[in-house]
Design a binder for this molecule. Structure first.
Ligand code: TRP
Ligand code: ZN
Length: 873
C-alpha cells in the first residue's frame, strides 16, 4: 500500500473537466458484474491539454474508448487508485466510454456495490463510487444520470435506481432490465442501485402544488407490516418541510429500501434512500420508543437532504457540514415539532456532551470545517458527529429569529440551486438576506475545540444595575495551539426573588445603551472579555444564562448552589431548569469522586435529594422532562471534567448517588411506577412516550436497590409488558445487578426473540455495554454466540474497556474487523483515542494495543488515521 496521503482544504482546485451526462449500465451477476459508463465530458477551459484523472479502486478495467475509439495500453495510465487519460480531443465536449468488472459478492466493506442478504445494493458517500467505475469521484462533478440495470429476473425481480422509471422488460436467458433516468444533476455520491427480492408498502403524498408523489418502502415481504411507522414518518416529514421551509418534493416517486447490512444509519441517495433496517422496521413488540423516535428523525433527515445536500450540494468534502450540520438541524427541529421541544433539546445537548465535546478535546478534534483529512469516512464515524455543525446553524436561527432565518434559507436556494457550494456561501446567504452583522461568527467553521465561557455576575443595589462579565477561551487542539475569540450568542433572562422573569428594559455594552422590553434577550459576546450591564434592576436577580443552550460551549458561572436550586425550581426556560439540575449533579458527583479517591465516606447532600424529589412530584411538569431531570449525568461526562479520568471512582460514585436517591425517594418512585402503567395498545405519541419514560426511569432506580420486592416488581413488569419499550426497560433494570435473576431473564428474552435479529442486537448491546463486574469475560463469550456476526455492523459491539483485558479484546477485534470492514473498524479504534486521559497503568495498556494495531499488516487508511493520530496526540 502507498503511504496514506493527507488531503488539504487549501489545495482545492476546480476540476479540469466537467461531466455533463452519465449513462450507466449494470449487468449484475453472481460471479461478476459488468459496469459500462458513457460520459459526456467537457473541459472547463476550452482547448485545455490537462490530463483527465479518474479515481478507481478495486476495479478491473475492461476497455476505454474516447469518441468511440478504443484506447490501446499506451494511451492511458493505470495504477491501483487512478486511470489517467493524458491526451484528449481539443473539443467543446467528447464522449468517454469505460467498461469495468467488479465483484460485489466479495465486497465486505459495505462501500460501493455489495450484497446484503442476497440483494445488491450500493453505498457511495463519501468515496464509494470509485469502487463501481472509474470516475472523477468528487462532489463538484454534477451530472445528469441514466442507469440501466440488468439481472436475473427470478433472483432479482426488483431493479431500482435514482429518478424515474423510463422502461423495463424481459431479455433472453431469464434476465430482465429496468432503465432509470434522474432529471436532476447530482454528484456521484448520491448514485444508488438496488436489485433483489423485495416487496413494497405503497402510499401517496400530494404536494402543496398538487404533484402526486408515489411513495414506496421496500423490504423483504415478511417485514412489510413493520414499515407503517416509517411511512407515517415520511409523510410527516414531507408535510413539515413544506410548512416550515416551503420546500416541496421534486419528483413523482420516492423510494426507501431497508437493508440489514449497512455501515451507518441511512443514506440520502436521490429518490432512492437506503436505510439500515433498524431505522425502518418497527412494531410495538419489537421496537422501543427510542427506536420509533430514531426512525422518525432519520427518515426525516434523509428526506430533508433532498434539498439540503442533493439539490444544493458540497463543493468538496471539507464542506460536509454544509449539508450535514444543516440537515441535522432540520431533523432536530422536525422531531421537536412532532414531540416536545424541550425534551428533544435536552436529548440533543446530552449527545453533544457525550460524543462531541470529548471528540473536540481529543486527537481527532477538528473544526466544523476540517483543514485536512486522510480518510473522509473518518469524519462520519462516531455517533452524532454533525452535532456541532447543527449547533452552528441553530445559532443563525437564534440570532436572526425564525423569520430572518427563513429569509436566509430562501436566498440560499435562490442563489445555489443545483450547485456545489461552500459553508461561506451559506453564511453569506444568511447575512445578505438580513443585512446582518455576524462579526467573527465564521470562526466557528475554522477553529476546533469547545469554547469555555466564564461568567461573573454582580449586583449594585445603589445603582440598581446588574452586570455580567464574560470571558472566553478555546483550548488548544492538535495543530491549533492558539485561538481567536468567536461570536457567542448568549440568551439571558433574569429571575426575581419570586422566581418570575424580570422585564428587561435596557442593557449597556461597549459604550452603547440598548433598550429592550422583553423577559429575555440575546447578548452578542464577540471578544475574549466583555461586560454587559442591565439597568433598572430592583433586587439582586438570579441570571438564567444560555437559555435553550444558545451556544455549544462549556459554561462556568459563579452561581451558588442555592441559585442553581432556585433555577431548578423556577426558571421559565425549561431547558435551563434541567440544566441547573445537571450542573448541581456534576458538581456534587465531582466532589464525591474526590471523597472516594481519598477514602472518605460518601454522603449525599439532602438538598439535592429534596430538589430532585420536588421535580419528581411536580404534576405540572411534562413526564418525559421529569424522567430527564432525575437522570444523572453519565460517567463519561464526569470523567470528561477531570484532569485524570478515574473510571473506577466515577462508576462507584454514580452508583452510590443512584442508590441513595432511589432509597430516599422510593415511595414517590413506586407511586410513579404504579400510576403510569398501561395495558392499552401501544401508541407512539408524546404523552404516551413520556409516561413510559417516567415509569421506566423510576423502575430502574428501584431495581438498583436490589431489594427483593423491587426485583419482583421489575420481573412482573417484564412479564406483563405489552410492548418492547416496557419489556426491554424491565430487562435492563434487572440486568443492572449480577446474579441468577439477571441470567434467567436474559436467557428468557433471548429465547423469546431469537428469530428477530434486530431485537437480538439489542440483547447483545445491553450486555456489551453493561458495567457489571467481570463483564469483559461475559462479552468475550458472546462472540461465540451463534447469533453473533462480526460482518454485520449492527452487531459489532461498542465496547469501552475498563481494564487491560477489555483493551486487548477491543484491539483484537479492530485488527480482525479491519480486514472485513475498515469503516466500522475505525469507529471502534476511536474508543482508544483518549487513552492519555487515564492513569499510567491504563495508558500503558491502551498504548500497547494502539501500537499492536499500527503494526498489523495491510492496515486500512481508515484505521491508520485514527490510530496514528491517537498515538501522536
Ligand atoms: N449522508 C448520510 C446521512 O446523512 C451519512 C453517511 C455518510 C453514510 N457516509 C455514509 C451512511 C456511509 C452510510 C454509509 O445519513
Ligand atoms: Zn445526513
Amino acid at each position: 500500500m502507498d503511504a496514506p496521503k493527507e488531503i488539504f482544504l487549501k489545495d482545492y482546485t476546480k476540476p479540469d473537466y466537467y461531466f455533463e451526462t452519465v449513462d450507466l449500465s449494470f449487468s449484475l451477476g453472481e460471479e461478476k458484474t459488468i459496469v459500462s459508463s458513457l460520459i459526456k465530458v467537457s473541459p472547463r477551459v476550452q482547448g485545455s491539454s490537462a490530463p483527465l484523472v479518474l479515481d478507481g479502486h478495486d476495479l478491473k478495467l475492461l476497455s476505454v474508448k474516447v469518441e468511440g475509439k478504443l484506447l490501446k495500453e499506451g494511451d492511458y495510465q493505470l495504477d491501483s487508485r487512478h486511470l489517467t487519460l493524458p491526451s484528449l480531443p481539443a473539443k467543446e465536449s467528447f464522449v468517454l466510454e469505460i467498461d469495468t468488472e467488479i465483484y460485489p459478492h466479495k465486497n465486505t466493506s459495505l462501500d460501493g456495490l455489495y450484497k446484503s442478504s442476497g440483494n445488491f445494493c450500493t453505498q457511495c458517500e463519501a468515496e464509494g463510487f470509485r469502487k463501481i467505475t472509474f470516475y472523477q469521484d468528487r462532489p463538484d462533478i454534477m451530472a445528469k444520470y441514466t442507469c440501466r440495470v440488468e439481472a436475473d429476473k427470478s433472483l432479482y425481480p426488483v431493479l431500482l435506481s435514482n429518478g424515474n422509471l423510463i422502461s423495463q422488460g424481459d431479455i433472453e436467458g431469464g434476465r430482465h432490465f429496468a432503465l432509470w433516468e434522474d432529471p436532476f444533476k447530482k454528484p456521484c455520491y448520491l448514485f444508488a442501485l438496488v436489485a433483489g427480492q423485495l416487496a413494497s408498502r405503497d402510499d401517496t403524498f400530494t404536494t402543496r402544488s398538487g404533484r402526486e408523489v408515489s411513495l414506496k418502502i421496500w423490504t423483504p415481504a415478511e417485514d412489510l407490516p413493520k414499515t407503517a411507522h416509517a411511512m407515517y414518518s415520511l409523510k410527516a416529514a414531507m408535510k413539515w418541510d413544506e410548512d416550515v421551509f416551503g420546500l416541496e418534493y421534486d419528483l413523482d416517486l420516492f423510494n426507501i429500501v431497508a437493508v440489514p447490512d449497512f455501515n451507518m444509519g441511512a443514506m440520502e441517495n436521490k429518490s432512492l434512500n437506503i436505510f439500515n433496517s433498524k431505522l425502518v422496521l418497527a412494531s410495538p413488540e419489537t421496537a422501543t420508543d427510542a427506536d420509533y423516535a430514531a426512525i422518525l428523525g432519520v427518515i426525516g433527515h434523509e428526506y430533508f437532504h433532498n434539498w439540503t445536500g442533493n439539490r444544493v450540494t458540497c463543493r468538496d468534502w471539507f464542506q460536509l457540514s454544509l449539508k450535514e450540520g444543516l440537515t441535522v438541524f432540520r431533523d432536530q427541529e422536525f422531531s421537536s415539532d412532532m414531540g416536545s421541544r424541550t425534551v428533544k433539546r435536552i436529548a440533543d445537548v446530552s449527545k453533544l456532551r457525550i460524543y462531541q465535546f470529548p471528540q473536540d478535546a481529543g486527537p481527532m478534534a477538528h473544526p466544523v470545517r476540517p483543514h485536512s483529512y486522510i480518510k473522509m469516512d473518518n469524519f462520519y464515524t462516531g455517533k452524532f458527529l454533525f452535532a456541532k455543525g447543527a449547533e452552528v446553524v441553530r445559532m443563525y436561527k437564534t440570532l436572526l429569529g425564525s423569520e430572518g432565518f427563513r429569509k436566509g434559507i430562501d436566498l440560499y436556494f435562490q442563489r445555489h440551486d443545483e450547485q456545489a457550494v461552500t459553508c461561506e456561501d451559506f453564511f453569506a446567504a444568511m447575512r445578505d438576506a438580513n443585512s446582518a452583522d455576524f462579526a467573527n461568527f465564521l470562526q466557528w467553521y475554522s477553529q476546533a475545540g469547545t469554547p469555555v465561557v466564564k461568567v461573573a455576575s454582580s449586583y449594585n443595589a445603589e445603582a440598581r444595575t446588574f452586570s455580567l462579565k464574560f470571558s472566553q477561551e478555546i483550548p488548544p487542539t492538535p495543530g491549533q495551539p492558539t485561538k481567536e475569540a468567536t461570536f457567542i450568542p448568549v440568551v439571558v433572562g433574569l429571575l426575581d426573588s419570586s422566581g418570575k422573569d424580570i422585564t428587561l428594559s435596557s442593557v449597556y455594552h461597549d459604550g452603547t445603551l440598548q433598550t429592550i422590553s422583553s423577559s429575555s434577550t440575546i447578548l452578542r459576546v464577540t471578544k475574549k472579555e466583555e461586560e454587559f450591564v442591565f439597568s433598572d434592576i430592583a433586587e439582586r436577580p438570579v441570571p438564567s444564562l444560555f437559555r435553550g443552550f444558545s451556544a455549544p460551549v462549556r459554561v462556568e458561572t459563579d452561581l451558588s448552589d442555592d441559585d442553581l436550586f432556585f433555577l431548578l425550581a423556577h426558571d421559565s426556560d425549561e431547558f435551563n431548569r434541567w440544566e441547573a439540575g445537571q450542573v448541581l449533579a456534576r458538581k456534587l458527583m465531582l466532589n464525591l469522586v474526590s471523597d472516594f479517591q481519598q477514602n472518605r465516606p460518601l454522603v449525599l447532600n439532602p438538598k439535592f435529594i429534596q430538589g430532585l424529589g420536588s421535580v419528581l412530584s411536580d404534576s405540572t411538569l411534562d413526564k418525559e422532562f421529569i424522567a430527564k431531570a432525575i437522570t444523572l449525568p453519565g460517567e463519561g461526562e464526569i470523567m470528561d471534567m477531570m484532569a485524570v479520568a478515574d473510571p473506577d471512582a466515577v462508576h462507584a460514585v454514580r452508583k452510590f448517588v443512584r442508590k441513595q436517591l432511589a432509597s430516599e425517594l422510593k415511595t414517590e418512585l413506586l407511586k410513579i411506577v404504579e400510576n403510569n402503567r398501561s395495558t392499552e395498545a401501544y401508541v407512539f405519541d408524546h404523552p404516551n412516550m413520556a409516561r413510559r419514560a417516567l415509569k421506566n426511569t423510576a423502575l430502574a432506580y428501584l431495581a438498583s436497590l436490589e431489594d427483593p420486592s423491587y426485583v419482583e416488581l421489575a420481573l412482573s413488569e417484564y412479564k406483563l409488558a405489552t410492548n418492547l419499550t416496557d419489556q426491554f426497560a424491565a430487562l435492563a433494570a434487572l440486568a443492572q445487578n449480577r446474579g441468577k435473576t439477571r441470567d434467567n431473564v436474559l436467557a428468557d428474552f433471548y429465547n423469546k426473540w431469537q428469530g428477530d435479529y434486530l431485537v437480538v442486537n439489542k440483547w447483545f448491546l445491553l450486555q456489551s455495554s453493561s458495567d457489571i463486574p467481570g463483564n469483559v469475560e461475559n462479552v468475550t463469550k458472546l462472540l461465540d454466540h451463534p447469533a453473533f456476526d462480526l460482518r454485520n455492523p449492527n452487531k459489532a459491539m461498542n465496547f469501552h474497556a475498563k481494564d487491560g483485558s477489555g483493551y486487548k479484546f477491543l484491539g483484537d477485534i479492530v485488527v480482525q474487523l479491519d480486514k472485513i470492514n475498515p469503516q466500522v473498524a475505525s469507529r471502534m479504534v476511536s474508543a482508544f483515542s483518549r487513552w492519555k486521559r487515564y492513569d499510567e497503568t491504563r495508558q500503558a495498556l491502551a498504548k500497547a494495543q494502539l501500537e499492536m494495531i499500527m503494526s498489523a499488516n495491510g492496515l486500512s487508511e481508515n484505521v491508520f488515521e485514527i490510530a496514528s493520530k491517537s498515538l501522536a496526540a
